[in-house]
Ligand binder design. Structure first.
Ligand SMILES: Nc1ncnc2c1ncn2[C@@H]1O[C@H](COP(=O)(O)OP(=O)(O)OP(=O)(O)O)[C@@H](O)[C@H]1O
Ligand SMILES: [Mg+2]
Length: 441
């Protein structure tokens, strides 16, 4: 380990490896250079004409989004856990951008990262013979990688707390052995968001695409047993909105249409201020709320919002459908999930901390992650926690940059001179692979 600390490496790389979005850049960057859906798209139809797209191509990032109608989109991470390692490696290979140590499963005959070379590969019409010589799986590159050689950079990557141990084991093995990083630090996203806020004390509430966590940190110390996690996030809300739209006569079935519903949710979704509209916290449905099966009952405004579909057609989406789906995080039991609501999660987390620390933590609640961006999220959270204890002095901080606060915090941590004291070198890992579990929470 000492040896690795003495070696001079290039700038550390920082990756927020989220269930829905991957954000990456160099230590010290103020914003991530890479910021796109953590998704892999493969053509789902049969190719009948010669084109620049091959049947086995994989598309990542903005290219995957722009071609999504042709593709089957798959997220390699579900609820914070990697469920498809091949696709995960493909995404990482793209993020590192054309380095020599890309995994063989993603080798491509047109591996480029520069715009010029990419144009060339786009316009060239492959001959029959060239097509036959294509590798089984090739990676379509759009020119947005970091263009680094992994073996020259230490890496800081995120992993959700309370994840299965096997996920971290495989994560480290892949990054050290397949990509060749010389040093690795795996960090909890919520803690990085605390770094970005400039504090060392706070209760971070991070709600992303797949996971919602509540992590109290006091003077830089984590409190054992106080971290709480809910395996619900924005993707589950999108799924609910998709079903609500179906009830209104709009069908969004394919994986690419799911992305349209996601955009709709991001643009129009909001959390109802008054929890009574939907019923009580125990899953019951209030008299003025919706029908028992999630149907739309009376006593609620019927306003509609316009949403323009990619084909130019405008559809009206009712406020009821929008807020009902967003209610998932605040009333999961209403939807059949035997889980705590996000306000309960935070309160339970607070109760697990020492009574002397609670006051400061309660007045430093910090929101992070895309699913806290819904209108009224903070106010509803505040009311929810207050309903458990109205004497708590609560203060919630919601930075407008909270979608990227995890990356920013990682960028700060990785640029500190002390970063080398917390990374695990490849040598130390090889001597003792369990060393990567040392700081697991
Ligand atoms: N303005 C917005 N309003 C509501 N939801 C949003 C908004 N912007 C993004 N989201 C949602 O936030 C989620 C992505 O957030 P984030 O990038 O924090 O998650 P992640 O880090 O990829 O996932 P996780 O941390 O759960 O593994 C997606 O579900 C996305 O639809
Ligand atoms: Mg996240």
């Amino acid at each position: 380990m000492q040896q690795a600390q003495d070696t001079l490496y290039n700038q550390p790389i920082v990756i927020d490896n989220g269930s829905g979005t991957i954000r990456a850049g160099f230590a010290g960057d103020e914003t991530p250079k890479i910021n796109y859906s953590n998704v892999v798209g493969k053509p789902k139809y049969q190719r009948i004409m010669s084109s620049s797209i091959n049947q086995n191509d994989k598309f990542i990032g903005s290219k995957a989004q722009s071609l999504r109608g042709l593709l089957k989109l798959q997220y390699p991470i579900s609820h914070g856990v990697v469920t498809n390692w091949n696709n995960m490696e493909t995404v990482w290979a793209q993020v590192f951008g054309g380095s020599s140590s890309q995994p063989t499963t993603t080798t491509t005959t047109t591996t480029t990262t520069t715009g010029a070379k990419e144009q060339k590969s786009d316009s060239a019409q492959p001959t029959e013979e060239q097509q036959q010589n294509q590798p089984q799986s090739s990676l379509s590159v759009f020119g947005g990688g970091l263009s680094i050689k992994p073996e020259q950079h230490p890496l800081l990557i995120t992993e959700q707390p309370l994840n299965p141990r096997s996920n971290r084991t495989k994560l480290a093995e892949t990054l050290f052995e397949t990509f060749g990083f010389p040093a690795l630090h795996i960090s909890i996203p919520a803690v990085l968001s605390l770094y970005s806020s400039g504090r060392t004390t706070g209760m971070i509430v991070d709600s992303g695409d797949g996971v919602t966590t509540s992590v109290p940190v006091f003077d830089g110390f984590s409190i054992p047993g106080s971290i709480k996690r809910l395996d619900l996030g924005g993707r589950d809300i999108t799924e609910l909105l998709k079903l609500e739209l179906m009830k209104c006569g709009y069908s969004f079935c394919s994986s690419s249409e799911f992305e349209i519903v996601r955009s709709m949710k991001e643009r129009l979704g909001f959390v109802e201020l008054d929890c009574g509209v939907f019923g009580n916290k125990n899953g019951g449905v209030g008299s003025s709320g919706y029908g028992g099966s999630g149907g739309l009952g009376g006593g609620y405004g019927d306003a509609e919002r316009d949403f323009v579909l990619p084909d130019g057609k405008t559809i009206g989406v009712s406020d009821r459908s929008l807020s009902w789906s967003c209610e998932l995080l605040f009333s999961p039991e209403t939807f059949g999930y035997e889980m705590s609501s996000v306000d309960q999660l935070v309160y339970n987390s607070l109760l697990k901390t020492d009574i002397d620390l609670r006051g400061q933590l309660a007045s430093n609640i910090i929101l992070a992650g895309g699913s806290t961006m819904f209108r009224n999220f903070g106010s509803r959270l505040l009311d929810g926690i207050q309903s458990y204890d109205d004497e708590l002095k609560l203060k919630i901080y919601a930075s407008p940059d909270r979608k990227v606060s995890c990356f920013v915090g990682g960028s700060i941590l990785a640029s500190l001179s002390t970063f080398k004291n917390i990374w695990i070198s490849k040598e130390a890992y090889r001597e003792n692979p369990d060393s990567i579990h040392a700081y697991v929470l």
